[in-house]
Write a protein that binds this ligand. Structure first.
Ligand code: ARG
Length: 462
């Protein structure tokens, strides 16, 4: 029997009952639903709307239900449409009329919005923690391989030498911004719709500030229609999750490339690799690929909710029931991806010699040879041309810039002197980039200190 049975003569058809139900999804919100109900009941009693005895019976009954759910001893009835009705129905079965008073001055519309906001806040906090853990692991690898040089790329072509620590810290900064986005999504969820009732508020003397603060919200949503209608806080969570998944996807793309025979920059641990059912030699970076692939579903979750919300009139519409599944999926997926990426990065083996061997190919010193001439007074454009000729010469001879003799250099410009050979040392080239944010080791050391300060500050925000 549905909670609204008074107005109906027939029960729902079994199919539409199932089609309309959200219990399979929203049962995950049982703790938030119970917390919201306890805060509502306590406030109703404080305002004299229900008796203290009823409020106590409600609290005790809800605690019992929560304990049973957590012990796996609660059997959800498939005929219950959602978690709100499942819990309220069971409460009334357990404690009688006091349970039937709980819904005074409340609607499932403000109830579900409250539960979902509490849930979103908790998931954001959990994701922030996992994000921080991954950043820690990346920083540890950056510290362990601080001076390792690898080729930096543009257009996937060798460009200039960079430090591996610099490269890894780039991801730490990206993930740091993802942390900010998750924190902003947590803040966006941090207002209470409870007391907005169905859409217009209620005639009972509810204290919305009291329930908001009892539930740890910063305050009540100021407009009852807005309170029950919008799910933009979930869009914020989904967007933050999507961007972070894209960052992880880019990181994993590099992990996949770097672990190929062609690169050989890293070896993934066995725990983060799989074999082939037919090719005995294979060691595949499946988990990096999965993280890369899962970004698609999280972005899909964002798109789905955007489309669900588009053109919805105020106030509550059942379409909104579609909000939770994607948000839960995105949070679960990102959490697993953070965890998997952290394990993969912390256990991978770095091969500095393979990185250096590649850095020696592709004329990574070319910019610095041009700078050498420019610093001696040659206009940079002309220096660029001179070095272009030298590279062409190397190309024809099949050698690198450091295989050229001083005579070869001087044939192109008399400004070249014996010290040109020092300019060709890749470590020195990387190290010379001391501008703020550059790859020179002094600049990266400064950057590392800033990253560590940011990690400590972010840890305090969990
Ligand atoms: N299960 C519903 C949801 O997730 C709860 C709110 C239902 N409200 C209503 N008036 N049908 O959105």
């Amino acid at each position: 029997m549905a909670l609204w049975s008074g107005r109906f003569e027939e029960g729902a058809d079994a199919f539409t009952q199932r089609f309309g139900a959200s219990l399979p999804v929203d049962r995950k919100l049982y703790a938030q639903d119970i917390a919201g109900s306890k805060a509502h009941a306590a406030m109703l009693a404080a305002q004299g709307v229900i008796s203290d005895e009823d409020a106590q019976a409600i609290t005790k009954g809800l605690d019992g239900i929560q304990a049973d759910i957590e012990a796996g001893a609660f059997s959800f009835d498939v005929n219950d449409e959602d978690i709100h009705m499942a819990i309220e129905g069971e409460l009334t079965r357990r404690i009688g009329t006091a349970g039937a008073r709980l819904h005074t001055g409340r609607s499932r519309n403000d109830q579900v919005a409250t539960d979902t906001r509490l849930y979103a806040k908790a998931r954001c906090a959990q994701l922030m923690e996992a994000n921080l853990e991954l950043r820690h692991v990346l920083v540890q690898q950056a510290q362990a391989h601080f001076d390792v040089v690898l080729p930096g790329y543009t257009h996937m072509q060798h460009a200039q030498p960079v430090l591996l620590s610099h490269h890894l810290l780039a991801y730490v900064w990206m993930l740091g911004r993802d942390f900010e986005r998750l924190a902003a999504a947590r803040d966006a969820a941090d207002v209470s719709p409870l007391g907005a009732a169905a859409l217009a508020g209620t005639t009972y003397p509810l204290d919305r500030h009291a329930t908001a603060s009892a539930l740890g919200f910063s305050g009540p949503v100021p407009n009852s229609l807005d309170a029950v209608s919008d799910r933009d806080f979930l869009l914020d969570l989904l967007y933050a999750a999507s961007v972070s998944c894209i960052h992880l996807s880019r990181l994993c793309e590099e992990v996949i490339l770097w672990s190929t025979a062609e690169f050989g920059f890293i070896t993934l641990s066995d725990a983060y690799s799989t074999g082939s059912s037919i090719m005995p030699q294979k060691k595949n970076p499946d988990f990096a690929e999965l993280i890369r692939g899962k970004s698609g579903r999280v972005v899909g979750d964002l798109m789905a909710l955007l489309m669900t919300l588009k053109a919805l009139p105020l106030a509550y519409n059942k379409d909104l029931q579609e909000d939770k599944e994607g948000a839960i999926d995105a949070a679960d997926t990102l959490h697993d991806c953070y965890r998997c990426a952290a394990g993969m990065v912390s256990t991978m083996t770095v091969h500095p010699e393979a990185m250096m061997a590649q850095a020696k190919k592709g004329y990574l010193a070319a910019t610095d040879v041009a700078d050498y001439l420019a610093k001696k007074g040659m206009p940079f454009r002309q220096a660029h041309e001179v070095v272009g000729h030298l590279v062409l010469l190397c190309d024809k001879r099949g050698c690198d810039l450091d295989d050229l003799s001083l005579a070869d250099f001087q044939a192109e410009s008399s400004l070249f002197e014996a010290d040109i050979t020092e300019q060709l040392d890749l470590r020195r080239i990387a190290d010379a980039r001391t501008t703020f944010g550059g790859t020179g080791s002094s600049a990266v050391r400064e950057q590392m200190a800033a990253v560590e300060a940011a990690l400590a500050a972010d840890a305090a925000r969990l």
